[in-house]
Design a protein around this ligand. Structure first.
Ligand code: MN
Length: 734
């Protein structure tokens, strides 16, 4: 049994890249040593598996470190003797160790045949990918070899593995543009998931391909002849579509095998883009093209970077076939996906068209346009995986994962707090952008820094999305801007106190702040200001304590036991300070606008209570207003109730102003009732502001009226007068 690496070395040699053969041999020897005595289920020595994976990876054109990691990929987990990753790091460097670590972590993901579980696996894979995409490449190679050798596994494991491959790995290969691996994974999976269906299609293909071999051969000859006339250097491949793609087409579109018309395909590979279009012209000249089937993926590449010209033409025998035309580079991208870029670009100057090369990550999230691929799974994938994360690149090509909605500032602080603090601007894909610009998948973000930068701005706290950035910005302010923070914090607290609507002296303010500082367990007042200033604590957070201390210092102590009803507050004490605000004196309030509550319409002479509303000044209620009682019952903050009293001249009715009062009258219905009431009021020079009536029963009526009156005494006399009307039974104030 051959367990050497001759074949691997041959592939590497043929690739013509500068592989570090010595390092790869060392990795092989080390892996062989660790897998010594282990066997696969097929009976082969275990080392044959990592070698096969390395061979596939070499075929993709992956680099030395990837080949080493492929050889070592199962050593950390699968060996009886757990190998320290440090040892791999020591022998093969940090990159190989990191790759092996990433692969090992992926192995730890438990297999499950639930789709959600598979999606979850993929999610983890993608997270791993965000650290190093090579982990995914090697994992796909690993999976491909496991699928090729799946026969050796027991039946129930085959199914789980095949399903997982179909649901997770094949779509991933597709997204990475690795068509060759994708097709093989799909075909292998299908052969395990639906062996009968697979064999049917497979045999049909054999049958049809056998019969029509001539047809394809003929078309090839004709085309080759013409292309040579045009002096085009080309390669022609004839092929039929993969078993799985035909199988799916049959099931998705409910077609029989014979109804699949674009079953044949010819591929023309040329040297230049211009030749692609020339060849297309030649083909269209030779054959009748099927309308609506021409697609130019060269000028508009597919999301996974696939580029090619597609057209379907009708052959001489009336059999349609598809023609794909592409350059060699496009061909490699199509076959190997993103890995092909490495294959092509290695050795050339780095940092070339990096945007293009990395575009595929952005495209991982794009909806699949291809109508042949309306896979529910992919849609679910998109929603599940990228809803809360955005992947962007550093200029060096490292992938950074940030919560969705993150900005350039978040990115800068993710790199390093010093990068954030010294940031003076940012670029996305080479263009200067505002630093609050929200990042999109696949963008390359560059932070411009300067040592003379003045540091972050306070506004950044409102812009950033990540708590990491927030914390780092706060840390900076805490450290660098104490004086400024103190001023900001002080003015913020001052502003809050002004909202209370009660004037206070500087001395009072200082006492309040000292008390609050103590209650918060801070050392000195400046610490409190500083914390507020750099955003470590918001004024809203301390508002309760602040208000508490404010009332303690600026207004007198509220009664220890909350009185059972609000009226007691009003009666129990005389207002401490007497300041006229017009009609009403409110405890300690200077020049505050008061308004009379509409719910109870207090009249001069009524016992009052003031209530400090939130944002609408002070409202004056009757002390026995049911609304106030309700507020009290609901545990309203006691400090919002203030003692209030009428100015004497109002109680005496010496002013010209009138107040509104609402009266309820119950009376026997009669033709003259309303006239008598209005006459009586007119007689007393009482204005009727509003009046409505409602029949209570056949002969009884309820009248509600709003009248203008001077004071409580005035109201009493009005009520008494109304009661003298013959049909009136009751007159009450609402
Ligand atoms: Mn493996």
């Amino acid at each position: 049994m051959d367990t050497g690496i001759e074949k691997l070395l041959f592939i590497l040699e043929k690739a013509g890249k500068n592989y570090d053969i010595f390092k790869i041999k060392q990795a092989y020897l080390y892996a062989a040593e660790l897998h010594e005595g282990q066997f696969r289920q097929s009976g082969e020595a275990y080392i044959s598996h990592p070698i096969a994976v390395a061979e596939i990876a070499a075929g993709l054109g992956l680099d030395t470190d990837s080949i080493c990691a492929a050889l070592l990929h199962d050593t950390v987990e699968d060996c009886a003797e757990k190998v320290n990753l440090d040892e791999i790091r020591r022998r093969f460097g940090p990159v190989v160790a990191e790759l092996v670590d990433g692969l090992t972590k992926m192995n730890n993901i438990p297999f499950a045949d639930k789709e959600e579980q598979s999606v979850e696996n993929l999610r983890k894979m993608l997270i791993a990918m965000s650290k190093d995409i090579r982990v995914i490449f090697i994992k796909l190679c690993d999976r491909l070899h496991n699928m090729r050798t799946l026969d050796a596994k027991p039946e129930h494991k085959r199914r789980i593995t095949a399903l997982e491959t179909m649901n997770v790995y094949a779509p991933l290969a597709h997204r990475l543009g690795m068509q060759r691996i994708k097709h093989e994974l799909e075909n292998l999976s299908l052969s395990y998931l639906d062996p009968i269906g697979y064999n049917e299609v497979y045999n049909d293909i054999e049958r049809k391909y056998g019969i029509n071999r001539n047809f394809i051969e003929k078309a090839r000859e004709q085309i080759a002849e013409k292309l040579t006339e045009y002096n085009i250097h080309f390669q022609l491949e004839g092929r039929v579509k993969s078993v799985y793609s035909i199988y799916r087409k049959m099931y998705n579109q409910n077609k029989s095998f014979d109804e699949i018309y674009d079953f044949y395909a010819l591929r023309i590979i040329v040297d230049t883009e211009l030749e692609c279009y020339t060849a297309l012209g030649v083909i269209h000249d030779m054959f009748r093209s099927m309308p609506g089937r021409f697609k130019d993926y060269i000028s508009t590449p597919k999301p996974n970077l696939y580029r090619s010209l597609h057209t379907t033409v009708i052959g001489r025998d009336g059999i349609p076939f598809e023609v794909q035309i592409r350059t060699w580079e496009m061909h490699h991208v199509a076959e190997y996906g993103i890995a092909a870029h490495w294959k092509y670009k290695s050795g050339e100057e780095a940092g070339g068209d990096i945007d293009k090369k990395l575009e595929w990550v952005a495209n991982l999230v794009e909806t699949e346009q291809d109508t042949h691929d309306p896979d529910e799974f992919l849609r679910a994938l998109k929603i599940d995986i990228f809803q809360d994360e955005t992947f962007v690149f550093t200029p060096k090509g490292d992938v950074i994962a940030l919560p969705q909605g993150s900005t350039v500032i978040d990115f800068a602080y993710n790199i390093h707090s010093q990068v954030g603090n010294k940031m003076i601007g940012g670029k996305i894909n080479g263009m200067i952008v505002p630093i609050d610009r929200v990042l999109q998948n696949g963008e390359i973000v560059e932070i411009l820094t300067s040592n003379t930068s003045r540091g972050p701005s306070r506004d950044w706290l409102k812009i950033v999305r990540t708590s990491e950035a927030k914390n780092k910005i706060r840390q900076w302010f805490k450290k660098e801007k104490r004086t400024e923070n103190i001023a900001v914090g002080r003015s913020e607290i001052d502003r809050e106190c002004k909202h209370y609507g009660i004037s206070y002296t500087d001395a009072q303010f200082n006492t309040i702040i000292t008390n609050v500082t103590k209650r918060l367990g801070l050392h000195e007042v400046d610490d409190l200001y500083n914390t507020i200033g750099y955003g470590g604590l918001s004024v809203q957070k301390i508002a309760g304590k602040l208000r508490d201390e404010f009332d303690r210092v600026v207004t007198p102590e509220p009664p220890a036991e909350p009185p059972r009803d609000a009226s007691q507050v009003a009666i129990s004490q005389k207002p401490r300070t007497v300041r006229h605000t017009g009609s009403v004196i409110v405890d300690g309030v200077d020049g505050c606008q008061v308004k009379f509550a509409k719910c109870c319409n207090p009249l001069p002479g009524d016992k009052l209570i003031a209530f400090v509303t939130k944002g609408f000044g002070i409202s004056i209620h009757k002390a026995d207003c049911p609304n106030i009682a309700e507020k009290r019952a609901n545990g309203e903050d006691m400090t919002r109730f203030k003692r209030a009293e009428w100015v004497d001249e109002f109680i005496a009715g010496q002013q010209s102003r009138t107040f509104e009062a609402v009266l309820h009258i119950t009376a026997l219905n009669s033709y003259t009732l309303i006239a008598e009431i209005t006459m009586a009021l007119a007689d007393m020079r009482v204005a009727i502001l509003q009046m409505s009536s409602q029949n209570k029963s056949d002969n009884e009526v309820n009248i509600t009226m709003t009248i203008g009156c001077k004071n409580l005494e005035h109201l009493y006399s009005i009520q008494a007068r109304l009661r003298t009307i013959r049909d009136v039974e009751r007159v009450t104030r609402s």
